[in-house]
Design a protein. Structure first.
Length: 201
């Protein structure tokens, strides 16, 4: 059920400190960077919602609006860093980096149910649907990473990164089976590659 903006985001009006919304893109893909974003909005922005519920065109429109009307911070961990240190390490580092950027004069709301041991991070499941600053962070993270994968697709055309953005689709797994890993693949992720026999059916 679609809620109106006032009821959906009323929590923010009860906070004495500005909210820094935190969300991510790229935790599950087999290729590309993990991107975490913190956003403190400087003005109210209409039509914010969970980035997955918005069209690509609407996300792009809101991406530019958010960047112009917020203080935001983007953290990236590339595939090599994820393979070297692990995903949990990178997530914790991302949350700490966002805290270091914004300091103590904000309330941190992170979309999810774990703060990964970082003090001062409040968690809220589906926060990207409930808190405008988190919705804004989800949009920045999604558009930033999608655009990055589109650029990678030009460098590594065999993998069609512009279509699946590095997620483990059938076409992506078949490309890995045929061409092997490229520089931006997360080689530490355990995957089952299709065999030649699989592709015949």
């Amino acid at each position: 059920m679609k809620q109106n903006s006032d009821s959906l985001f009323s929590y923010e009006n009860s906070q004495s400190l500005p909210i820094c919304g935190i969300d991510e893109a790229g935790r599950g893909p087999l290729a590309g960077s993990l991107v975490y974003v913190g956003v403190v909005l400087n003005k109210d922005i209409k039509e914010l919602d969970d980035s997955k519920k918005l069209s690509a065109k609407k996300r792009e429109e809101l991406y530019d609006i958010i960047k112009k009307n917020s203080n935001y911070y983007i953290y990236e961990a590339d595939a090599t860093k994820i393979d070297t240190y692990g995903l949990s390490f990178c997530i914790k580092e991302a949350l700490e980096a966002i805290k270091n950027h914004f300091g103590k004069k904000v309330t941190y709301i992170f979309d999810g149910n774990s703060s990964f041991g970082v003090e001062g991070i409040n968690t809220l499941v589906k926060a990207d649907q409930k808190i405008k600053a988190v919705s804004a962070a989800s949009i920045i993270a999604k558009v930033y990473r999608d655009n990055q994968m589109i650029e990678f697709a030009k460098k590594y055309p065999n993998y069609s990164f512009e279509k699946h953005k590095g997620y483990g689709t059938k076409a992506h797994l078949e490309a890995i089976a045929k061409y092997g890993y490229c520089e931006i693949h997360r080689k530490s992720y355990k995957i089952k590659l299709p065999t030649i026999e699989d592709s015949l059916f």
